[in-house]
Design a protein around this ligand. Structure first.
Ligand code: MLT
Length: 326
């Protein structure tokens, strides 16, 4: 019997080669919601792999009528998949924690420096043919010696701490699972909560999953506590930051925002536009990128190969690596 794998987003060539080598029948199509549904019905996959494409109840219902047994999120977050519903229907949802952490952390550090030194604005001035050294003669506070507040303590957060320390920053972290012992061992200062972290940080970097306790965690109260002119970086998950509250903080406190993720992100189809309100906010950010934290060749290869491993484990042993909805 053929073992059918369907990837609804581009997949790294190394991962495609691995799946072919294992003898599975692989189809890769860049889908939106509707195209995904049509193809689930047509292809009847046992394994569905997604990166950006959302998996809703209708996709799960269509899949379980045939073969669908596992949905793999080619990333660490899985809020784009109705994972609890999938569990009710007997479909395992697996993710790839940590596999793209280096790439996401690298983007966070890049955004921090870009935001402080106004790199995008200076670049655009240069593109206009201006050698505008005077306008950018005091274009940053300087990172060394400042306080970096990191929300979260997972794979990405830990890489951002390490980079911050290498840049001479004092690192403060807030995470419910960070014990005093671990903080001491890792050489970071523990903040009691997000508000306390906001009060002391010159740069804030968000590395939290979106779940009940984190939705709009960076909201009115958080930004009210933040220092005037602090840099705010979010490369985590749309919805952790309340974008309206952030916009107000940019307007009233000069918060310098660098964003990669947005609540209600537009569909990841080629040429998709930001909705008007999001576009207006992006213009107020120092830098805004379209959720590309994990978009390096290295990260996509590592993540894709892990998807192949999850697939192999399922077909050979009937078990699930990194299942999130047991
Ligand atoms: C993640 O959850 O790790 C990222 O959203 C992955 C991605 O953008 O591909």
């Amino acid at each position: 019997m053929s073992k059918i794998v369907f990837s609804a987003d581009d997949m790294h060539p190394a991962a495609q080669a691995k799946i072919h080598e294992l003898g599975y029948d692989l189809t890769v199509i860049n889908c939106d919601d509707e195209v995904l549904l049509e193809n689930i019905i047509k292809i009847k996959p046992h394994v569905l792999i997604v990166r950006s494409t959302k998996v809703l109840e209708k996709h799960i219902d269509a899949g379980v009528k045939d073969n669908l047994k596992v949905i793999i999120r080619a990333g660490s977050g899985y809020n784009t998949i109705k994972f609890e519903y999938a569990g009710e229907k007997g479909v395992a949802v697996c993710n790839c924690p940590g596999k793209n952490a280096a790439a996401v952390a690298e983007l966070a550090v890049g955004l921090m420096i870009a935001a402080d030194r106004q790199i995008p604005a200076a670049h655009f001035a240069s593109l206009e043919g201006k050698f505008d050294k005077k306008s950018f003669s005091k274009c940053g506070m300087g990172i060394c010696g400042k306080t970096l507040g990191v929300l979260g303590k997972g794979h990405i957060a830990q890489r951002v701490w390490a980079a911050g320390k290498a840049l001479g920053m004092k690192v403060v972290c807030c995470s419910r699972s960070l014990t005093d012992e671990l903080a001491a061992e890792l050489g970071v200062v523990k903040a009691e909560n997000a508000i306390e972290l906001a009060k002391v940080s010159d740069v804030i970097s968000v590395h939290l999953p979106l779940k009940e306790g984190t939705k709009h965690l960076c909201g009115e109260e958080f930004f009210a506590a933040a220092k005037e002119g602090a840099i705010f970086i979010d490369v985590s998950r749309g919805g952790v930051t309340d974008l309206k509250a952030l916009e107000k903080a940019i307007d009233t406190k000069g918060i310098r925002a660098a964003l990669d993720v947005y609540e209600g992100e537009p569909k990841p189809t080629k040429g998709a536009m930001f909705p008007e309100d999001l576009a207006a906010l992006c213009k107020k950010c120092i830098v805004a990128t379209p959720h590309v934290g994990a978009s390096t060749d290295e990260a996509q290869a590592t993540t894709g190969l892990f998807c192949a491993e999850i697939t192999q484990e399922f077909f050979e042993k009937g078990t699930f690596l990194c299942q999130v909805n047991k």
